[in-house]
Design a protein around this ligand. Sequence first.
Ligand SMILES: Cc1ncc(C[n+]2csc(CCOP(=O)(O)OP(=O)(O)O)c2C)c(N)n1
Length: 329
Amino acid sequence: MTAPKHMDSALLTDILRRMLTIRIFEEKTAELAESKEIKCPVHLYVGQEGIAAGVCAHLDSNDFVFSTHRSHGHYIAKGGDLNALMAEIFGKETGCSRGHGGSMHVLDTRVGFMGSSPIVAGSIPLGVGGALTNKFLGDKNVSVAFFGDGATDEGVFYESVNFATLYKLPMLFVCENNLFSTHMPDFKRQSNTEVYQRIANFNINTKRVDGNNPVEIYQEAKTMIDRAKEGKGPSLLECMTYRWLAHVGPDHDLDIGYRLKKDVDHWKSRCPIKHVRDLLFRMNELSEDQFVRMQRDIVAKVEKTVAFARTSPYPKETDIYDGLYKETV
Ligand SMILES: Cc1ncc(C[n+]2csc(CCOP(=O)(O)OP(=O)(O)O)c2C)c(N)n1
């Protein structure tokens, strides 16, 4: 079996490693939240890893990413520092936001991770601002805003798409449609649940893909990012997916009544990590042993992040206002 178009085994392995790192990091975070060692609310990304990995595989540290309350996967896929992320979730001084932000305010400009916003839809206008900056500077970088389907319930989504399309900004809107906004399904919120169709009248290039197929995501993101870099304007990629865990925290939300175990099990059988792993198996580019070793290495790395976070100091109370305002002369 040969590699899919525009891809080779090294790239597929890179995407697999990014997804596996996110999964293992999130599973550890869930465990620490369960035991209450992590006190900050955590919105976990388990099940959606293929989207961050497939999109961010195209980006370098000069490209911008803007994220949401469910940000850990985006930061990791963008090349973020695992120690700095775990320390941030612990609220420690060594965290990427110096312990002032926590899970929902992750920021690391060194890797072009321009911040996560817990204000639903907040990443969208911020992403457009990033794209406008790139356009003014005349560079070849793109700005990517990740957001959920719940964000498309907000007016600012439509204003932002309109502005970005009108000014042909180098921007990729990535809608991670996991079918729910907290506990409310899409069909109870929207008369047209197909985001990519709803937005098409803004003359934006748009497509819906299988959000659990990292190959499809990578390939479509490539077309869209190439287009943005050629000055042809923004695109919107709608990725159909599902979160395996609760809206917030380590549980499964099966006691609330808004979703059924059989739905969760169905989506678990469509695991994005398994998808790429099995593809590499079929290509004879990965063995069971190599996969187990990759898993073991990542587990060891994630365990080190916990030790790092535990032994790091908390920020000083006297620094509480640091970073709130930018000083001007
Ligand atoms: C402006 C605003 N309204 C409401 C909330 C409360 N809230 C937090 S997360 C969330 C659901 C967001 O759903 P979606 O955008 O689909 O992302 P997902 O959680 O599914 O990843 C809501 C309504 C908020 N944080 N901000």
